[in-house]
Design a protein around this ligand. Structure first.
Ligand SMILES: [Zn+2]
Length: 155
């Protein structure tokens, strides 16, 4: 599986991890139905790597999975990036945090009437989810997260 095509199926205990992987542009399915055999079925159907905190999963003959060690989502994210040899970069903010669809870039001029003035004044990159009909831009909490990840990657 190439790095660009890697896809994940996160169990329902890993909502924050799933969200942050989407921020970084990775394909992650996540939902309340994704635990136990439901998770295994979904991962197998689409060739996804399972991310789980469920120690019992190994007994259910799952496809390849990564057992997530930490309860802390930053550490979880680091574990996934290291284990899969992923370097977050150009795909940042390319995926919808809500539905996992690929976002379409929108020009700054085209969103002027759609976002609050402060956002328009301070943000340069905007993306559109056709599925959710929703506009996204990188928030300050996301930029802080990326800075934190960069520090961890260098340590
Ligand atoms: Zn969406």
């Amino acid at each position: 599986m190439s790095k660009n095509q890697i896809a994940f199926a996160a169990d329902r205990m890993l909502g924050r991890l799933a969200k942050w992987l989407r921020v970084l542009g990775y394909d992650v399915i996540y939902g309340r139905h994704l635990s136990g055999y439901g998770l295994i079925r979904a991962a197998r159907a689409e060739g996804r790597l399972i991310l789980t905190r469920d120690r019992g999963l190994a007994r259910k003959q799952p496809p390849p999975f990564l057992f997530i060690e930490s309860n802390n989502y930053v550490e979880q994210l680091c574990q996934v990036l290291r284990a899969c040899d992923l370097t977050p970069g150009e795909d940042l903010f390319s995926r919808c945090l809500v539905c996992n669809s690929q976002l379409q870039p929108r020009s700054k001029e085209s969103v002027e009437k759609l976002v609050p003035p402060y956002v328009f004044a301070t943000q340069e990159r905007f993306s559109w989810c056709g599925q959710c009909q929703k506009l996204f831009w990188p928030g300050t909490h996301q930029q802080k997260m990326l800075a934190a990840l960069g520090k961890i990657a260098q340590s």
